[in-house]
Design a protein around this ligand. Structure first.
Ligand code: F42
Length: 330
């Protein structure tokens, strides 16, 4: 099993640098930096990380094919690859509607746009002049003037068609999920995409991009996961709740509690509304032994990389060290 770790660049560069170096020293192989317009620029932060680390692979987790051209994405990640001596990975997904609404981007044809963007980025990285007459992107002899190197492309995916696209075009898929049931459900679409491209499963990295919270005190860990789990619940489609046997009543209580938190600042109300089933279904939370057990179950469902996503634990620094000491070697 490979281990990755996610960071949101909502902190100063030197804090992010500290955590990523700690993760590298703790044995994590990948670090994925989220990309939303309202946080620090993902490539500026990846540049610092490329220069300050030695072995950890690094990339956006995930950027999108809307807010910059695929030509800029190809060039930016190739620059990170050069700065890091070949450690860059590109995580790209359809982007999310909430942030796009705020910056006036209409979220049209995400599947089509993802296909075209990934095909263009791969062609540019191959170093040939790119002529591409797509529905969305038209390229006429574009070419990069420096060697990109071999940069793996991972696609962020949840929906069935995007899962198929990820398996067909990608070197891996980043699935925002923490429970084996979600990977059982994704299997059929991943296999369909791999078959279409004539790829075998062992050439492909199936990543559980999970919400994780680990502490020696299991209850403390679970409590620390509640707010993140509430946001996951608020943003998940209904089919997921059926899959995990979570009542729509409980879901609506969480959505209402989040609303109250934003309007009246009642954050304790959010934690109260989040049930144990939700923590179990939408996060990997608890003591090291409990987390190890869940990772074993995920491995049986075909997961080959687990990403420790927010909150990582009640105390980020302590939890990163604990994962490095007790979970990665297990
Ligand atoms: C678009 C959506 O695809 P999805 O796989 O569910 O995408 C959801 C998320 O993966 C996507 O929003 C990601 O960008 C979210 N995301 C992040 N999004 C961000 O913006 N920033 C991040 O840092 C980020 C991190 C991240 C990490 C892991 C991960 O899995 C996702 C992450 C969907 O609806 N897919 C449908 C297909 C929809 C469809 O068919 N659309 C048609 C027609 C629709 C039209 O006419 O517009 C088309 O696109 O051509 C499906 O897969 O079945």
């Amino acid at each position: 099993m490979k281990f990755g770790i996610e960071f949101v660049p909502n902190m100063k560069y030197y804090e992010l640098e500290y955590y990523v170096k700690l993760a590298e020293d703790s044995g994590f192989e990948y670090t994925w930096i989220t990309d939303h317009y309202n946080n620090r620029n993902v490539y500026s932060m990846l540049t610092i990380l490329a220069l300050k680390t030695n072995s950890i692979k690094l990339g956006p987790g995930v950027t999108n094919p809307y807010h910059i051209s695929p030509a800029l994405t190809a060039s930016a990640i190739a620059t990170v690859n050069e700065l890091s001596n070949g450690r860059a990975v590109l995580g790209i997904g359809a982007g999310d509607k909430v942030t796009f609404d705020r910056i006036g981007i209409s979220w049209k044809k995400p599947l089509r746009r993802m296909r075209e963007a990934v095909e263009i980025i791969r062609a540019l990285h191959a170093g040939k002049p790119v002529n591409y007459d797509g529905e969305i992107f038209k390229f006429n002899g574009a070419r990069m003037d420096f060697k990109a190197g071999n940069i793996p492309i991972y696609i962020g995916a949840q929906g069935p068609k995007m899962l198929q696209l990820a398996a067909e075009l990608g070197d891996g898929v980043l699935i925002n999920a923490s429970h084996p049931k979600d990977f059982e459900a994704a299997k059929e679409n991943i296999d369909a995409g791999l078959d279409k491209a004539g790829k075998s499963r062992d050439q492909f990295d199936t990543v559980a991009y999970a919400s994780m919270s680990v502490d020696k005190d299991a209850e403390k860990a679970k409590n620390a996961a509640k707010i993140v789990v509430a946001f996951i619940v608020a943003g998940s489609p209904d089919v997921i709740f059926e899959r995990h046997g979570i009542s729509m009543d409980d879901v609506n209580k969480v959505r209402e509690a989040l609303n109250n938190a934003f309007t009246k600042g009642d954050w304790p109300g959010v934690s109260k509304a989040v049930t144990d089933e939700m923590i179990e279904s939408f996060s990997i939370s608890g003591s090291p032994d409990m987390v190890i057990e869940r990772i074993r179950e995920l491995s049986k469902s075909g997961v080959t990389q687990v990403v420790a996503g927010s909150p990582i634990g009640p105390d980020k620094k302590k939890s990163i060290k604990l994962i490095g000491k007790e979970i990665i070697p297990a």
